[in-house]
Ligand binder design. Structure first.
Ligand SMILES: Nc1ncnc2c1ncn2[C@@H]1O[C@H](COP(=O)(O)OP(=O)(O)OP(=O)(O)O)[C@@H](O)[C@H]1O
Ligand SMILES: [Mg+2]
Length: 470
């Protein structure tokens, strides 16, 4: 802020010189303190600061593997799901349970739903569960996110956050939630509870189910949208046949390959980079519908390109990304891979991992298991020795799918092992090709593979890993 000071004429020249000096200092300070679009971090080579109109953003802003999309950041696909959920809530007045395996985009989708609801003038309270959440802490947490101005009198005295005073001091019961709207200047409220699967206390889930039943029976315009990691609605909320009619279960699907490709293309464009189409296809093949994996591969590849000060991403950047991701793989995942494949040397087991990676899965990532001839099974349409399948199951790579007999799903840690295996194969294949010629041109570094790491590379890796282990 520049001050204007009135002063006598006699001291005007000195004052003018002083003010000029001061003005220069202030302007220099202002120039120095102008906030950078990247939050003040130094820009890596090759990335133009995002202060120009339409200028590229940092790779870490374009690809976000560690956090859900905000509605403003834009979801890829999901328009239908968002519209369907908004309609079920606002028109059908149904409670919603949104579930899927980990990392498919539930919270991102919920952000978009909440934004639409708020734009339409609907009040939304929101809470994210912890393992220790109880029915009481959960309900209080929800109303704390509502503005206190919504409270109608008489208000309980004491220090409260948001609309917490609307609840009694005693432990909250379903009845108190049913009566909540009577204490607020609201005629419609939606309560979004994320990570319901984390609630350890079974009693809390039962109270939640009881509350939904009471609200529904009495036609109270207070609706819940529950979100969690689960194969089925029952697994998330417990068996409560009486509330089935009051709830709409929305099992969230994986993204299509085209949507995964769009994540890479949109992120690349925002970061001012060009990914060759073959590379985009490779990412889609590895991600198998998981947006989290697309963001992770997109980010590390874009960062590798930025380090080379180039805007044209090539197979070399993808290789650097995969090498980095191998280093970042958690030790438990590496250990599981080593145990399962005898440090990558059990080629039959590596083939079994390839089968799981490339077999057919349905829109929710479920893989059909069918008896094959003799000691074989068909895993997603591909033959696999029964013993190998059992080894994968016993190691927790795949697990039976709750509520879908005859199907398995890739378990969370299994996905890590499969990705680690795929990364090793990329490194191995490019390494092999490089020994013949230079592959730095744009293009796909991955050829469909069915073999394990070569003996030489394996031996080198085994000895280096053994020497680096504590
Ligand atoms: N439709 C989408 N378009 C683009 N990126 C997405 C989309 N959905 C999710 N993502 C990205 O995928 C990752 C996982 O998303 P999100 O956290 O919403 O999943 P989740 O199902 O809530 O995960 P969790 O089960 O761990 O709670 C994030 O990096 C997010 O940015
Ligand atoms: Mg989430």
């Amino acid at each position: 802020m520049i001050r204007c000071i009135a002063m006598p004429v006699s001291c005007a020249p000195a004052a003018a010189a002083f003010d000029l000096l001061m003005l220069r200092r202030i302007l220099a300070l202002l120039r120095r303190r102008r906030p950078l679009a990247n939050g003040g971090q130094a820009m890596p080579a090759g990335i133009v600061p995002a202060v120009q109109v339409g200028a590229p953003i940092l790779p870490g802003e374009a690809f976000t593997p560690t956090h859900p999309r905000t509605a403003r950041g834009g979801l890829i696909g999901r328009e239908q799901e968002v519209q369907a959920i908004v309609q079920r809530l606002t028109e059908d007045k149904a409670h919603i349970v949104l579930y899927s395996e980990r990392g498919i985009g539930k919270t991102s989708l919920a952000n978009s739903v909440i934004e639409q609801l708020r734009r339409a003038g609907v009040f939304v309270a929101r809470y994210q569960c912890e393992a220790s959440s109880t029915f009481d802490s959960l309900m209080r947490g929800l109303v704390r996110t509502l503005p206190a101005a919504l409270l109608t009198g008489p208000i309980r005295s004491g220090l409260f956050e948001g609309c917490e005073a609307a609840f009694p001091a005693t432990p909250i019961r379903p009845d108190d939630v049913v009566a909540l709207l009577g204490r607020l200047r609201l005629d419609f409220l939606i309560c979004v509870i994320d990570e319901v699967d984390r609630i350890a206390d079974a009693g809390t889930r039962t109270l939640l189910a009881d509350t939904i039943k009471q609200l529904s029976d009495r036609g109270v315009p207070l609706l819940f949208m529950l979100i969690g990691v689960s194969d089925s609605l029952e697994q998330l909320l417990g068996e409560h046949p009486s509330i089935q009619r009051a709830l709409v279960g929305v099992p969230l699907k994986l993204l299509s390959d085209a949507d995964i490709a769009a994540i890479i293309e949109r992120g690349a464009k925002a970061a001012g980079l060009t990914f060759p189409p073959e590379l985009v296809q490779d990412v889609a093949r590895m991600a198998r519908g998981m947006p989290y994996i697309a963001h992770l591969l997109g980010l590390r590849t874009a960062q590798a390109a930025a380090r080379r000060s180039t805007r044209d991403v090539t197979g070399r950047d993808f290789l650097a990304a995969v090498e980095q991701l191998i280093i970042e793989t958690p030790s438990q995942v590496v250990q599981l891979f080593d145990d399962l494949t005898a440090l990558g040397q059990d080629s039959a087991m590596c083939l079994a991992l390839n089968t799981v990676t490339g077999c057919e899965q349905d829109g929710w990532g479920r893989i059909r298991i069918v008896d094959g001839p003799a000691e074989e099974l068909l895993v997603g349409g591909r033959p696999m020795a029964r013993s190998r399948y059992l080894a994968l199951r016993d190691a927790g790579i795949v697990r039976p799918c709750d509520g879908a007999a005859g199907y398995v799903i890739i378990a969370h840690r299994g996905r890590g092992v499969i990705l680690y295996h795929a990364f090793r194969q990329v490194v191995q294949q490019i390494g092999t090709r490089r020994s013949g010629d230079d592959d730095s041109a744009a293009g796909s570094p991955i050829a469909p593979a069915n073999d394990c790491t070569s003996d030489a590379a394996r031996a080198a890796e085994v000895s280096s890993r053994q020497s680096s282990r504590p």
